[in-house]
Ligand binder design. Structure first.
Ligand SMILES: Cc1ncc(C[n+]2csc(CCOP(=O)(O)OP(=O)(O)O)c2C)c(N)n1
Ligand SMILES: [Mg+2]
Length: 394
């Protein structure tokens, strides 16, 4: 090709891309570079070059926006005193969940701590099922009896309020997958505040001893209640804390990086190599729970800076628009659709009714072996009843 034809081709390309932008036409696939992963006891890690289709871009964007909106709605309902009890929001951490879920297969499971609303939605429950659980109504995911921390779905083992206790349970779910030989991997999530607990290390030990298909995911959002990770942990390199278990550090604000790391983790575990530790570096915008304003142990500037520079939704939006994968109007339409869906779910969650008192002893066990509920009251016996079905019964 001679000089003038190179120039002609180059100009032609420029003109084309300008035209493309003007007409808001989009490309169907784009490639991005993630931040480097940090590796522990691994020779090779996930690929830092990631490919994204426009279809997946829209899917992840919608999922993250939906989680953000559910949490905003939950916070408002709490302030209106319609949601009572505990309420822990996941805002800021959306990319962790959406990135992991993006590569889950039908056989993979997840168990988390008390920031469970977003996961419940991702694992198949409509926002109305989440919000009506929060308001304690009968259409709630657990018929209004579980509340914020106790929501479940197929392959989703909840919502667990005892810090760290879900980690050995996750190892148990992974054990079951290995025992049944179904090829499933369990993602067992915990926070930086749980990462120093003894039971975490006991679970690591068993998981490695038996090479269980378990991904121990430490969602490091920088704080356990009001204590910064630096003040609570002698080593904040949580991805190395499994010692003999290999680990990966990933930018938890980048949905694509989390997706790639999770893909790698599933592949690793299903190849019989045993467990893996995945640290997702993330941030929570809200206080620890609704009773914590979240400003006494960190500055407003710190929160503002994360919002402006690392927000998982805004940064993803900029990325996919910049790559011409989607156009702004489509994203605006998604925003509108999600807002309408959550507004409607809030309305219904407020007006739904509660279950009757007769259901109080319902579903204590999936298979009650005794008729009478033990240890309740000496005056009046309560009988077990099944409303069912249990979502995770094998
Ligand atoms: C066994 C136990 N100890 C203490 C508590 C009180 N508590 C609730 S959350 C929390 C901090 C957990 O922080 P982290 O694991 O970082 O999770 P995050 O809230 O940041 O998501 C503590 C100490 C509890 N629920 N259970
Ligand atoms: Mg934390």
């Amino acid at each position: 090709m001679n000089g003038s034809s190179v120039l002609r081709k180059h100009n032609f390309k420029n003109v084309l891309s300008i035209l493309e932008n003007r007409l808001f036409s989009t490309t169907s696939e784009a490639t991005f570079e993630t931040k480097p992963f940090k590796l522990h006891h691994l020779e090779n890690g996930p690929s830092t070059t990631v490919t994204l289709s426009s279809e997946d871009a829209l899917k992840y964007y919608k999922q993250m926006q939906t989680i953000r909106r559910i949490e905003t709605a939950a916070g408002n309902l709490y302030k209106e005193k319609i949601v009572r009890g505990f309420c822990h929001l996941y805002s800021g951490q959306e990319a962790c969940a959406v990135g992991m879920k993006a590569v889950f297969r039908d056989t993979d499971s997840i168990i988390t701590a008390y920031r469970a609303h977003g996961w419940t939605y991702l694992m198949g429950i409509e926002p109305f099922g989440v919000l009506s659980e929060l308001t304690g109504r009968k259409s709630g995911n657990a018929r209004g009896k579980g509340g914020s921390m106790h929501m479940y779905a197929k392959n989703f083992y909840g919502g667990n309020g005892i810090v760290g206790a879900q980690v050995p349970l996750g190892a148990g779910i992974a054990f079951a997958a290995k025992y049944y030989g179904n090829g499933g991997v369990c993602f067992s999530l915990y926070g930086d505040g749980a990462a120093n607990q003894g039971q975490v290390f006991e679970a690591y030990n068993m998981a490695k001893l038996w090479d269980l298909p378990c991904v121990f995911v430490c969602e490091n959002n920088g704080y356990g209640m009001g204590t910064s990770s630096e003040r609570s942990s002698a080593s904040v390199a949580y991805y190395t804390r499994g010692d003999y278990i290999p680990g990966i550090w990933v930018d938890g604000m980048d949905v694509l990086a989390v997706r790639e790391a999770s893909r790698f983790a599933i592949d690793y575990c299903t190849n019989g190599k045993g467990p893996l530790v995945l640290e997702t570096a993330t941030y929570r915008y809200s206080g620890h729970s609704m009773s914590d304003p979240g400003t006494s142990y960190r500055t407003r500037d710190e929160i503002q800076e994360v919002r402006q520079t690392r927000d998982p939704i805004t940064s993803f939006k900029e990325k996919i628009i910049g790559a011409n994968l989607v156009n702004i109007d489509t994203l605006k339409a998604i925003d509108k659709e999600v807002k309408a869906q959550i507004d409607e779910a809030v309305k219904k969650a407020k007006s739904d009714t509660e279950i009757g008192l007769s259901e109080l002893p319902g579903d204590i066990y999936s298979n009650p072996l005794e008729t009478i509920v033990r240890g309740v009251t000496p005056f009046k016996n309560l009988e077990h009843i099944r409303v069912g079905p249990a979502v995770n019964l094998k």
